[in-house]
Design a protein around this ligand. Structure first.
Ligand SMILES: Cc1cc2nc3c(=O)[nH]c(=O)nc-3n(C[C@H](O)[C@H](O)[C@H](O)COP(=O)(O)OP(=O)(O)OC[C@H]3O[C@@H](n4cnc5c(N)ncnc54)[C@H](O)[C@@H]3O)c2cc1C
Length: 91
C-alpha cells in the first residue's frame, strides 16, 4: 500500500515524491509512461561518453546549493550549475 501516487516522473513529480518520502515519511509510488525518470530534463550518455540532452538542450541553474543537490538527487538531470556564468547566443 502507498500513501501517495505521483503520476509523472519529471522534475516536479520527482521533487514532490522526494519531499513526501524524505520529509513526510510517506511511502510513494511514482509512475511514468516513459521508461525513464526526469521527464524532459532527462540526460543520457552516448557510446562516446558524451552527455546527450534527449528532449532538447537545458541547464538547470540556481545559486542555492541545497536546491541544486535536491535537483541532482531527485532526478537524472545532471546539467546543473551553481556558479555565475554568461552565455552568448547567436541568432
Ligand atoms: C528544449 C527545452 C529546453 C529547456 N531548457 C531549460 C533550461 O535550460 N532550464 C530549465 O530550468 N528548464 C528548461 N526547460 C524546461 C524544463 O524542461 C521543464 O520546466 C521541466 O521539464 C518541467 O518538469 P515537469 O516535471 O513539470 O514536466 P516534464 O519534464 O514534462 O515531465 C512530465 C512527466 O510526466 C509524464 N506523463 C505525462 N502524462 C502522463 C500520464 N498520463 N501518465 C504517465 N506519465 C505521464 C511524462 O512522460 C513526463 O516524464 C526546457 C524545456 C525544453 C523542452
Amino acid at each position: 500500500m502507498y500513501d501517495a501516487i505521483v503520476v509523472g516522473a519529471g522534475v516536479v513529480g520527482c521533487v514532490v515524491a522526494g519531499e513526501l518520502a524524505r520529509r513526510g515519511g510517506k511511502k510513494v509510488l511514482v509512475i511514468d509512461k516513459r521508461d525513464h525518470i526526469a521527464g524532459n530534463c532527462y540526460d543520457e550518455y552516448d557510446e562516446y561518453g558524451i552527455m546527450v540532452h534527449v528532449y532538447g538542450p537545458h541547464i538547470f541553474h540556481t545559486e542555492i546549493e541545497r536546491v541544486a543537490d535536491d535537483y541532482r538527487s531527485s532526478c537524472i538531470c545532471t546539467a546543473v550549475r551553481t556558479d555565475r556564468w554568461t552565455d552568448q547566443v547567436r541568432v
